[in-house]
Design a protein around this ligand. Sequence first.
Ligand code: ATP
Ligand code: MG
Ligand code: ZN
Length: 377
Amino acid sequence: MSSLALYRKYRPKTLRDLLGQDDVVTVLRAAASRDSLAHAYLFYGSRGSGKTTAARILAKIANCETRRQKPSFRAEGEPCNVCGQCVVIDTGRSLDVVEIDAASNRGIDEIRNLKESVAFAPVSGAKKVFIIDEVHQLTKDAFNALLKTLEEPPAHALFVLATTEYEKVPATIISRTQRFHFKKIPMATVVRKLATIVSAEKFKVSREALMLIARAGEGSLRDSESLLDQLTSLEDKVEAITVERLIGTVGLARVSELADLILSENVTGVSHYLRNFEDSGFNVVDLNKELIHYLRRVLSVAADASLLDLFRDEFGEDAIATIKTHAAKIRPERHISLIRSLIRAHSEMRYSPFAGIPLEVSLIDFFSSGSSPRVKK
Ligand SMILES: Nc1ncnc2c1ncn2[C@@H]1O[C@H](COP(=O)(O)OP(=O)(O)OP(=O)(O)O)[C@@H](O)[C@H]1O
Ligand SMILES: [Mg+2]
Ligand SMILES: [Zn+2]
């Protein structure tokens, strides 16, 4: 196994490789191809979505020697990643690319140092690039000092400010930058990148496990990549169950098994299921939440079969087939009230020392209110 963290090893090296940020990529590449980068950018939005990565790519674009020598290459709007400048920037050894973590350097002194450094010409590159991460953390005085620098930057300076908290950046700073919004990365895109990493690293990870990892990241590729890293160092073969254990969440297979018992009106099966589930130490609140989501999906497919296509990106073919079978079994007049009661159970469960009980009561109530309760095998 490699010692370099996966998320660093698979950090995109070109704008083209930045996933799920098409608008950002299009505009930045166009500016790069015309050699008309702005002097200050503000990258804001979701964590782990590529802001710092994009800032470093811009730093390379601004200094790439191949771009300077070959206009035909420059028109591609990308760094070459092989020239001396690209390489020193990639390895974090460039004296002309200054990264400041505003979370730990919040004050006026740091910004004063920065201002002094801005005044000096680049050491070896064409531009001096200042990447200020978590910029919203700066103090008021520091913001004021930064503002002066942004108002009259020397021609050799390029600023990239990054933040997850746009609202905390003063309007005066915002108005002096070109803004780009970084979105959460869609689950299907995360799964695709994880799958590429899995095959490049020759890991063994099941499809359902990948989907759980993608979902757990909540749109942050870094978080999903870190989780994949952690799981593959724990086990040679990663299955959904391992992911479920680690993050304490419940996978689709497990939930659709319960839904199947419910939709088949199998009372005995449901009570066995719940007993086994609690014994295995998983989180029953999570089970209920996933069950609600699952039944909601099945219900929507029953109402409109074309919705199945929406789920194709998110689920494997097996899961799609199961959802379809369940959609044929669901009876809205009976199951909508079940979903309502599960939702009520959810809020009760979160604060209850007997988390399992509201779910169980909900299900018992459902079965006993059934028009024709049957126990199938
Ligand atoms: N859009 C993306 N496309 C491909 N990989 C990405 C993307 N966003 C993040 N990653 C992966 O996650 C890692 C971390 O991304 P990065 O540091 O750029 O995120 P960030 O937006 O700066 O996060 P934070 O808000 O926490 O600072 C990258 O090295 C890369 O592996
Ligand atoms: Mg960052
Ligand atoms: Zn280069």
